[in-house]
Structures are given as C-alpha cells and as structure tokens.
Design a protein around this ligand. Structure first.
Ligand code: HEC
Ligand code: HEC
Length: 336
C-alpha cells in the first residue's frame, strides 16, 4: 500500500537536481529538498482507515444486507472464491472448515479461523476484489462481509450489518490465538548432538544463480561465486547430463516459450485467460517472442532472482523451469 511508484523516483531526482527551477515552499519541507508539501488533515484521514478487529473501532458509517451482499459477491468475488466460498482453482476458500483446525489438514477460512469479524471488513475494503482493491463503497463492503459471514452460518439470511452489529459478532475461533505479546509461545531447546558431518546439496538452483557460497576461497568474497548463470559456475544439471556439458549447452527459445506460455502468459497477455484478470497486470505482456525477449531482464528479476512471479506461484512454476529461464536470459535471451 505504501509502495513508492517506481516511475516517480527518477523524476524526483531530476527535480531535486534541477534545484534552480524549484520554488521551495517555505512552510513545508526544508528548502534544500526542493520539493514536497505537508499532507493535509483530509489526506491523512483518507489513509487512516484501519479497523480494530477486537473492538471494531474505525468501522465507518454505512450498512449492508446479506441479500445485497449476495448479488455483489456473485458479480465481484465468486469468479475466484466460488459461489459458496468454496474457492475456485487455488484461490482461498472463504467458508466452511469448522472443527478442522486441530486436524492434520486444517481448512482455515473466515468462519473457521478468523478471530474477529471487523477484520473481515478491513481486509475486504483494503485488498479485495484482488483485481480492483479499494473499489468498493462502505455499504458494499458491509453487504459483502454480511454475505461471507452468512456463507459461514454466522449471521442469518435477513441480517443487516453496520459498525455496531458487525463488532458484536463472536467468531468461533475468537479464543484460538495467543494474545500475550512479547512471550514466545514455543520453548525450543536446540539439539546439538549427533549432527550430520557434511551437508548434501539437493537443489542446484542457488548454485546456478551464483548465490551459493563456494567451499574454497580464503575470504568471504572469494567464497561467493560471482556472476550468474552457467558461464560463471557449475550449473543445474538435468538428470543424465554431465554438468560440464550442460554448462555450455545453449538453451533454445523453443524450450522457453512453453514455460512462459503456461506459467506467465495466462495473466500477462493482451487477453488473459486466468480467472479475474481482464487485462495484462501492469501492462506487462509476455505473449509473443519479441515481447518476451524485450522484457528478459524484468522476467529474470521477477521469476529467477526473486520468486515474486508467478504471483503466489499460482501456475506452479518449478525450480528447474526458473533455472532454465535464467540460463536462457544469461545467454542473451535469443529468440532465433
Ligand atoms: C481475481 C481473483 C479474486 C477476486 C475477484 C477476489 N479475490 Fe479475494 N482473494 C484472492 C487472492 C489471490 C487472495 C489471497 C491474497 C493473499 O493472500 O495475499 C484472496 C483473499 C481473500 C480473503 C482472505 C482469505 C483468507 O482466509 O486469508 C478474503 C476474505 C477475500 N479474498 C474476499 C474477497 C471478496 C469479498 C471479494 C469480492 C469483493 C474477493 N475476495 C474477490 C483473489 C480474489
Ligand atoms: C496469476 C497471474 C500472474 C501470473 C501467472 C504471473 N504474473 Fe506477473 N504479475 C501479476 C500481477 C497481478 C502483477 C502486478 C504486480 C504485483 O501485484 O506485484 C504482475 C507483475 C509482473 C511484473 C512487473 C513487476 C514490477 O514490479 O515491475 C513482471 C515483470 C511480471 N509480473 C512477470 C511475470 C513472469 C515472468 C511470470 C511467469 C514466470 C508472471 N509474471 C506470472 C500476475 C501474474
């Protein structure tokens, strides 16, 4: 939420450096910064929209019924969370799961897990719908929260929720959390006997990326494999291939295209096929060879160096695929 829009950073630098053109506002920032003005009370209030889950403090005026919520939910939420909160594909389940928390496979939902009802209001208003957060009015949020609670059998079908009635709901898992702060709830005693003599590395991804410390070298810097990719260090060897052979083997675009199509382009395309995405997120399209090549460094940053993408790894990208993609990019991201 407080993410600084990246595009504005260079702009601000330019403004700051071109100090001669800037008229500093004497009442706000120190003039040597050359930009900015104090946030108004109204602006601060617009950000200060958090709700206290326990007490409901901060819940705004407004109200909404289960019936109105059902219509809104079906239009704006069901595509991902299912008509009855059962969750489509791998999107979160919102209803059911009661009595499963202590089982081997707990189903954590709003009804089974969340301790306080006002948190539901806060969360939906801030974060949902996933593809258009912040787009709901206060009345709509009350209505949708009422419907989600009704799906969990926590309010009747004729319920109308507002600040008071929402805060009065007692959730089933209300006492399931430890509220005493600053006290660890586990008291582990480290076992330092009968330890393994040596470490066996079972994945080559970190090594391919050049972030695994080397065993040899006298300074920490020497022990880091510098540079990424197969040219610099030992590489990920697929079953059967010798590491040396693979290090020099070029990765063809034909190996990469199906990975990007399956793992990325379901969202990042002119016409995404992933439920809930009507346009390519952030305008990033990975649906033609030329677009993929042009965005190679961004792809590497998001899906190889970090695992931010695919978001929530919703398309199930494997470590091997990430390593292969990284290798192709390091070799120059050639599409011919
Ligand atoms: C495009 C798909 C999509 C749509 C549409 C959508 N959500 Fe979500 N929702 C998600 C994803 C993904 C998460 C998990 C987000 C995370 O963990 O950061 C989530 C999480 C949630 C959660 C928290 C679940 C939990 O137990 O952690 C709630 C509650 C929720 N959504 C409610 C809604 C409501 C209400 C709407 C409609 C106004 C809505 N969502 C629309 C994708 C969607
Ligand atoms: C389920 C949909 C989905 C899939 C699949 C997906 N992305 Fe994304 N991607 C997003 C969303 C949403 C954003 C917007 C940024 C955010 O929410 O962090 C995004 C943003 C990006 C960005 C811009 C990030 C920035 O901050 O500049 C890049 C680059 C990217 N994705 C690459 C990829 C690559 C590469 C893959 C496949 C390995 C992939 N994405 C798979 C949904 C997806």
């Amino acid at each position: 939420m407080f993410k600084f829009p990246k595009a504005t950073i260079p702009l601000l630098l330019v403004v700051a450096l071109a100090g001669a053109f800037v008229i500093a506002d004497a009442q706000s920032y120190p003039s040597h910064y050359g930009f900015g003005k104090p946030a108004t009370v109204a602006q601060q209030e617009a950000w200060n929209d958090d709700v206290n889950g326990l007490t409901g403090a901060g819940l705004p005026p407004g109200h909404g019924s289960v019936a109105a919520g059902q219509t809104l939910y079906e239009a704006k939420c069901a595509v991902c969370h299912g008509d009855f909160g059962e969750g489509e594909n791998r999107y979160p389940v919102l209803a059911g799961g009661n009595g499963t928390l202590t089982s081997a496979r707990p189903v954590k939902t709003v009804g089974s897990y969340w301790p306080y009802a006002p948190t539901l209001y806060d969360y939906i208003r801030r974060a949902m719908p996933f593809n258009a957060p912040g787009s709901l009015t206060n009345d709509q949020v009350y209505a949708i929260a009422a419907y989600v609670l009704n799906l969990n059998n926590l309010v009747p079908a004729n319920a109308v929720l507002d600040a008071k009635t929402l805060a009065a709901i007692k959730m089933p898992n209300r006492n399931g959390f430890i509220n005493e702060h600053l006290k660890p709830d586990v008291h582990a005693v480290a076992c330092m006997t009968n330890c393994k003599k040596s470490v066996t590395i079972t994945s080559d991804l970190a090594r391919t990326l050049g972030i695994t410390p080397n065993e040899t070298g006298s300074t920490p810097d020497e022990r880091i494999i510098t540079g990424s990719g197969p040219a610099a260090g030992p590489s990920a060897a697929p079953a059967g291939g010798s590491a040396k052979h693979v290090a020099s083997a070029p990765v063809a675009f034909s190996q990469i295209a199906p990975i990007v199509a399956q793992r990325c382009a379901v969202c990042h395309a002119a016409h995404p096929t992933e439920a809930g995405f009507s346009a390519a997120p952030m305008g990033i399209m990975l649906d033609t060879p030329a677009r993929i090549a042009a965005l190679a460094s961004k792809i590497k940053q998001q899906a190889v160096t970090s695992h931010r993408m695919p978001i929530g790894n919703m398309t199930g990208m494997t470590d091997k695929e990430r390593a292969l993609l990284g290798k192709w990019i390091d070799q120059g991201a050639k599409i011919h």
